[in-house]
Design a protein around this ligand. Structure first.
Ligand SMILES: [Zn+2]
Length: 162
């Protein structure tokens, strides 16, 4: 096991003051009402990356919209990710990621298909073993062998994580 095979997980500050932390569903169909674009980094036909700001609390979110083009099956998939950021260094680091290394960042809000949900990496030193529910929610993109670590889906917000 080398560092390269197991990239480091990066824990970012949880935006507990933001309405989206407790109620991620609020963003469904209300993206523009809740978030304001601050800066655009990439604007392609299959990938856009930009910085958004919560209109309510000012929390910054790095946003990626990514269309996975399936040339074989013709079933394209769209992934939308929001990652709460606080510092210019965090933003700069996220700009350097690609679609895969972006998944090293926790927590992040996934908006792809179905319910918006926070992906949270639980810290084994902070919390005992998590009992997984018998039926897992819909798999995260690239969850089949990637990322090479367990990903938990926060079902009931931060209380569930404590
Ligand atoms: Zn907010």
């Amino acid at each position: 096991m080398t560092e390269e095979e197991h990239p480091k997980i990066i824990h970012l500050h949880k935006p507990t003051q933001c309405v989206l932390w407790e109620q991620p569903n609020r963003i469904a169909g209300k993206f523009v009402e809740l978030l304001e674009e601050v800066e655009s980094y990439e604007d392609g036909s299959h990938l856009t990356r930009s910085l958004y700001k919560c209109r309510e609390c000012g929390q910054l979110y790095f946003h990626e919209w990514y269309e996975w083009v399936d040339w074989k099956e013709g079933k394209d998939k769209i992934y939308t990710t929001l990652i709460p950021v606080q510092t210019p260094a965090e933003i700069e680091a996220l700009k350097q990621t690609d679609n895969f290394t972006l998944l090293m960042y926790f927590p992040r809000l996934q908006l792809d298909g179905g319910k918006p949900r926070w992906m949270v990496k639980t810290d084994p030193h902070f919390r005992p073993v998590t009992v997984r529910p018998p039926t897992r929610p819909k798999r995260a993109p690239f969850d089949r062998g990637w990322p090479p670590f367990a990903v938990e889906s926060a079902k009931t917000g931060p209380d569930w994580l404590l």
